[in-house]
Unconditional design. Structure first.
Length: 225
């Protein structure tokens, strides 16, 4: 049970090209804060695991599909993907060197150490928006979790990822029949419309119920085969 009487303790605080990023401990939990905005903690991970599983379920039966995970976070998505032998190559894009360091040699190693040692895994230190727009690489699934959702971005630059141009770039990074999965702290009917308008098929959302308030969701769309 989370103890709200314990004050959070800052473990590391860094200034990077995108602002301040902080790792702190709150009781038994580790939390990541970016520019004063709470991103995620180690309390649950159900919705991050859903992000990976929903993408795999939406794919056809192609052998060992490749996946690009956008955002390393606390490592739930990466660890879950690496624990599933059905996935082939697993690439993770993370722009914050601090977060990568916390996984490679810091407190988050407990969550991601085995996944980082998996030969299928590679970490790409770059900005996801730039990578999706400019990379020649392609994947069977894009699992994106860099914001609190399409309507609540961590930095203003991330808005372009959910624009028509950004969604077209996501399509270009997907193999035919590939799946785009986007995590959000709340449903967005506007983003569902944007996915359909961009040409994605089988657009839907999957929900994770929460004790109070609106559910976390994963928005899904499939590139035409």
């Amino acid at each position: 049970m989370r103890n709200h009487t314990i004050a959070p303790v800052v473990i590391d605080r860094r200034e990077g090209p995108y602002g301040e990023v902080v790792l702190r401990r709150h009781g038994e939990l580790l939390q990541i804060i970016a520019n004063g905005c709470f991103l995620m903690d180690t309390s649950d991970g159900r919705s991050e695991r859903l992000l990976i599983d929903a993408a795999l379920d939406a794919l056809d039966d192609r052998p060992r599909p490749s996946v690009l995970i956008g955002g390393l976070g606390v490592g739930f998505s990466l660890a879950h993907a690496a624990a599933d032998p059905r996935w082939g190559d697993i690439a993770v894009v993370e722009r914050e060197q601090a977060i990568i360091d916390w996984h490679r040699e810091g407190p988050l190693t407990e969550l991601s150490g085995a996944a980082l040692a998996d030969p299928r895994t590679r970490i790409l230190r770059t900005d996801l928006v730039a990578y999706v727009s400019n990379s020649p690489d392609s994947y069977d699934a894009l699992c994106l979790d860099i914001d609190n959702g399409p309507d609540w971005t961590v930095t203003e630059d991330n808005n372009s990822l959910y624009s028509p141009a950004g969604l077209a770039a996501c399509q270009a990074r997907l193999n035919p029949g590939g799946v785009l999965a986007v995590w959000s702290a709340q449903p967005s009917s506007a983003f569902d419309f944007a996915l359909r308008n961009a040409g994605f098929q089988s657009v839907r959302t999957e929900e994770i119920a929460v004790a109070r308030g609106v559910p976390d969701v994963v928005h899904l769309g499939v590139r035409a085969a």
